[in-house]
Ligand binder design. Structure first.
Ligand code: ATP
Length: 419
């Protein structure tokens, strides 16, 4: 089992691979048309509401004079103040860090509910020219608000210096935090997590969204032990059917060969990612792993997949099909998640029950309450909480269309993380 590094190291790894392939790869930036593209259909199983429906009620006014962030609902509308602002929360602990900011456990002052608040600094976003990532993340969060295994956005707002995404707090910690402690998961346990991930990915694909960034840090558990996929910053919207894209992104260990080679890729890149994660759950290491990253990258592109005994025939067959270098022949290439659902490895899964969370998770994180941080690495919780997080100065550069409030907000009554 490889000791997993946290996000900053992952980012360093990213930089390493980027420089290695610098001569080969010219990163394409997100196009504004991608970002603005609206999803055209709804998944039959879930209530999907177009993001237009999630605009904050018009004319609502913040009652905290001077403490509310400026909020834009759409570019066509007048500036309006958000009902929810940075000052409405107590920021308690850092629970994660990423390339562009921090994630904090926060308590809503009024109703005492706990949330994970992702905070990114505008000047970093602007300096790195990645406005598209954060707007894309917010757009995807709006579109996927009702899937059981995708993190739920409650509010987004902005202050002069920062952008805030208020999400459900997934108190069970990162899936791979648990995997590291146990080296490998039993097959039934790995099957359960893989099925929940497949369901979430299939749902994203039905909305023409490719997740692209399936990696340990982004797979969390909620307090009941269900999967919660987070971090939609690298999602690609508008990939319809077998349409392709070329943007280079993702985490080396889990990158599909076509992404490494800057060939065109499509939604099947997520099925490769799922294969890589399933491999790690069953064998304790990602496929093609080498401590030497360059060797690993070569392995991903050229080395035959060797699957040792110790995993069932069905499990090995699924891995072989998901980790097929030919994306046209990869499992999921034709009928997406339906192909996985019919594979013998998943024959014991009742998919209807899975998406309604009727299947009891194989492991329930032991938590004392909604603010329990047992499953969060102390390397994060020991970081200082910036004092200025609750300050809502006005003015400064605004990100039009960023702010959002879910429709259940007035009572703020729906805490969906199990408490
Ligand atoms: P990256 O550099 O991978 O793009 P990022 O800046 O987009 O990172 P996230 O990956 O969204 O940030 O979050 C960083 C970490 O914070 C995650 O790896 C996870 O450990 C923690 N985290 C994120 N969202 C939640 C949540 N809803 N509940 C609990 N922890 C979370």
């Amino acid at each position: 089992m490889v000791k997993k590094a946290k996000s900053p190291v992952t980012y360093a790894k990213m930089k390493g691979i980027v420089s290695y392939f610098a001569a080969l790869i010219k990163e394409k930036k997100f196009g504004s048309t991608d970002l603005l593209q609206k999803c055209g259909n709804s998944h039959p199983f879930y209530r999907h509401v177009d993001s237009e429906c999630f605009r904050r009620p018009e004319g609502s006014v913040c009652d905290k004079a001077g403490a509310a962030a400026l909020c834009f609902t759409t570019s066509a509308e007048e500036q309006q103040r958000s009902l929810v602002s940075a000052a409405d929360f107590d920021y308690l602990k850092v629970i994660g860090t990423g390339s562009f900011g921090k994630v904090l456990l926060a308590r809503h002052k009024q109703n005492d509910k706990y949330y994970a608040v992702k905070v990114v600094k505008k000047h970093i976003i602007l300096k790195k020219k990645v406005e598209g990532h954060i707007i894309c993340e917010r757009n995807v969060l709006l579109k996927t608000v009702n899937h059981p295994f995708l993190v739920r956005l409650h509010f987004s707002f902005q202050t002069r210096d920062r952008l805030y995404l208020v999400l459900d707090y997934a108190g069970g910690g990162e899936l791979f935090y648990h995997l590291q402690r146990e080296s490998v998961f039993t097959e039934p346990r790995a099957r359960f997590y893989a099925a929940e991930m497949a369901s979430a990915l299939g749902y994203l694909h039905s909305l023409h969204i490719v997740y692209r960034d399936l990696k340990p840090e982004n797979i969390l558990l909620d307090s009941a032990g269900h999967v919660v996929l987070t971090d939609f910053g690298l999602c690609k919207e508008g990939i319809v059917g077998r349409a392709t894209t070329k943007t280079f992104c993702g985490t080396p260990e889990y990158l599909a060969p076509e992404v490494l080679q800057q060939s065109e890729y499509d939604r099947t890149v997520d099925w490769w990612g799922l294969g890589a994660v399933l491999h790690e759950m069953l064998y304790g290491l990602p496929p093609f792993y080498s401590a030497d990253r360059m060797v690993m990258l070569r392995n991903i592109m050229f080395q035959p997949l060797v699957l040792k005994a110790g995993v069932s025939k069905a499990g090995r067959d699924l891995l072989k099909r998901l980790l097929n270098r030919d994306r046209a022949k990869r499992l999921g290439a034709k009928h997406d998640v339906a192909e996985l659902q019919h594979h013998s490895f998943f024959s014991s899964i009742q998919w209807d029950e899975l998406v309604t969370k009727k299947i009891t998770p194989p492991f329930v994180p032991s938590l004392s309450g909604p603010d329990d941080l047992t499953n969060v690495d102390p390397a994060f919780t020991n970081l200082p909480v910036p004092q200025s997080l609750g300050m809502c100065e006005e003015d400064g550069i605004t990100f039009p269309g960023f702010s959002y409030m879910s429709q259940n907000v007035p009572s703020l009554s729906t805490q969906t993380n199990g408490y």
